[in-house]
Design a protein around this ligand. Structure first.
Ligand SMILES: [Zn+2]
Length: 121
């Protein structure tokens, strides 16, 4: 249980992954696909301090590669597919995964910054 002034990092990260305010867990933190709101609609927590830069993009790339790369080995060990179709389908899957994961990773970073009081939070 966090003491006064201390923020629970695990809860903040979990709320960020759900794209919820790290402070109250109710308001949404993004107004568009990746645009961070100035403040939470529910509790008024200022979110404009979030400064995640390229971190979520790099982390998303790491996660997508960790998922896609073993799939190549699995597909080629189980089947004898046409390489062009494998490449095209893996590119499509990687794109869908990256687009789905990126906002959540950004939320994770915002939650972590809020919990650690970074960048003026
Ligand atoms: Zn809030």
């Amino acid at each position: 249980m966090p003491t006064a002034g201390e923020r629970d990092t695990r809860t903040a990260i979990f709320r960020g992954l759900q794209l919820k305010c790290p402070s109250c867990g109710n308001g949404r933190i993004l107004s568009g696909y990746l645009k961070v709101k100035d403040e939470c609609d529910c509790c008024g927590q200022e979110l404009l301090h979030a400064s995640v830069d390229d971190g979520p993009a790099y982390f998303t790339l790491l996660v997508v590669v960790a998922i896609i790369f073993p799939m190549f080995g699995l597909i080629y060990s189980l089947f004898d597919p046409e390489p062009l179709w494998v490449a095209l389908s893996m590119m499509a899957l990687a794109t869908v995964l990256a687009l789905g994961i990126l906002p959540r990773i950004k939320g994770l970073f915002i939650g972590l910054q809020w919990a650690k009081r970074l960048h003026g939070f």
